[in-house]
Design a binder for this molecule. Structure first.
Ligand SMILES: *Cc1c(COP(=O)(O)O)cnc(C)c1O
Length: 240
């Protein structure tokens, strides 16, 4: 059984407290970090809970799953963000389904999204995904490729580049995550200076490493497990 709305609210309060703690430790205002609830592998209720609690957007990692959920959930004000790897053959569909795509990591994908957004007569928000932790298991362009990718992205008239996204390498030592987050922030600062653009969004940090991400300058944490419980498993009463 999926968790109740009341259980979700308890978890939401705990996550918000953790964000506030990290902001305090970093000398930042809590309002400088947004929370993106990650509803992947959870039933459409997860999106309903998020919307009911006043959260403006949710994150999903598969195009098809998001498309089905969107039609079932029928929440017209909720924004949907793609945080998972995007295959070229789904670029068009993804452009129709999502309000923003955080996983743009190749020139080819940029071109396909640019064409799809132009055809659909809209401006599509994107983040460039960078493999800031140099993890062979993660998608994202290499840090060295980021300037070239951004240069190309800035030429795409139907795309709006909001900033960068990364996923830290899986490692029990949080210092590894912290190094990856700091590398992404440095990368953003260098790109912003070199290209004269703001790139305000730094999407980094998940349930297990949001504290480190916020210390390093995250503006958006993507949180699944801490809000909705383990994916595809029943959620116990008062589970923390
Ligand atoms: C699943 C996922 C998350 C959320 O992870 P949790 O550990 O469940 O908080 C965040 N970002 C991406 C890209 C994901 O795929």
């Amino acid at each position: 059984m999926f968790l109740t709305y009341e259980q979700f609210l308890e978890r939401l309060a705990a996550v918000r407290a953790a964000i506030a703690d990290a902001c305090h430790a970093a000398g930042r205002t809590p309002g400088s970090v947004t929370l993106l609830p990650v509803t992947k592998n959870h039933p459409p209720e997860a999106a309903h809970y998020a919307a009911r609690a006043g959260l403006p957007a949710v994150g999903e990692n598969r195009v098809q799953e998001a498309r089905e959920k969107k039609s079932v959930a029928a929440l017209s004000d909720l924004r949907w963000e793609l945080i998972g790897h995007l295959q070229s053959n789904k670029a068009k569909l993804a452009t129709a389904v999502f309000d923003r795509i955080q996983s743009v990591d190749s020139p080819r994908l940029l071109d396909l999204l640019e064409r799809a957004a132009a055809e659909q007569g809209r401006t599509l928000g994107v983040l460039l995904q960078v493999n800031a932790g140099r993890d062979p298991a993660k998608s994202g362009c290499a840090l060295e490729e980021a300037p070239e990718l951004l240069e190309r992205a800035l030429r795409c008239r139907a795309l709006r580049v909001d900033g960068l996204m990364t996923i830290a390498p899986l490692d029990e030592d949080l210092a590894t995550a912290r190094r990856a987050f700091e590398a992404l922030r440095t990368c953003r600062d260098d790109l912003a200076a070199r290209f004269g653009v703001a790139l305000p969004e730094l999407s980094m940090g998940m349930s297990g490493d949001l504290h480190e991400a916020i210390l390093a300058g995250s503006t958006q944490v993507r949180v699944g497990t801490a809000l909705f419980g383990a994916r595809g498993q029943p959620v116990e009463n008062n589970a923390a």
